[in-house]
Design a protein around this ligand. Structure first.
Ligand code: ZN
Length: 167
């Protein structure tokens, strides 16, 4: 039975992300989620999503331990997708054994209120734009140059700056 009242556990998300940064010795941007996912034993495949599926950014197949990424999307979006799906892969194994995930996991957008989606989004944000790296760069760089440095979108940088420093 799926725990429908589950709330996002951001402390756990942060712990898992910190573990990865230390395991992969992340000391400078950009963080490469494809490398991390593959090193953790997951497959990452960039594929064509045809027809109705073309508005889907990606999804994670727990049985195949494979992250599928829509190859027609912008590279920055793909980076986010891989990080987001890696979050599901590492955080939501239990969810996978429920019968709800197959529907929910086909991500068409990431703005939902679902606690699993919120956790995967937080995972991606903290993995790709770690506080300890932001600390080194944010005051001396424009939002655009931070976006290039960290290889994430400008809105993602703005969210991270707002979250960490309230700016
Ligand atoms: Zn998702």
């Amino acid at each position: 039975m799926l725990d429908v009242v589950k709330k996002p556990d951001y402390a756990r998300v942060q712990r898992v992300v910190r573990g990865l940064h230390s395991e992969f010795d992340v000391t400078a941007p950009p963080v490469n989620p494809v490398e991390i996912a593959r090193s953790k034993g997951f497959k990452v495949l960039f594929v064509e999503f045809s027809g109705e599926a073309n508005n889907i950014s990606g999804f994670y197949d727990f049985d195949e331990q494979t992250i599928y990424v829509n190859r027609d999307e912008y590279p920055l979006r793909q980076t986010f997708t891989v990080a987001h799906e890696l979050g599901h892969a590492l955080l939501h194994v239990e969810w996978a054994s429920s019968d709800q995930y197959r529907i929910l996991l086909r991500d068409s957008e990431y703005g939902g209120n679902d606690p699993y989606e919120k956790e995967a989004n937080a995972f991606a944000a903290h993995l790709l734009v770690p506080r300890f790296l932001l600390d080194q760069y944010w005051q001396s760089n424009s939002v655009e140059s931070l976006s290039r440095l960290f290889a994430v979108s400008v809105p993602m940088i703005k969210n991270r700056l707002s979250f960490e420093y309230g700016v």
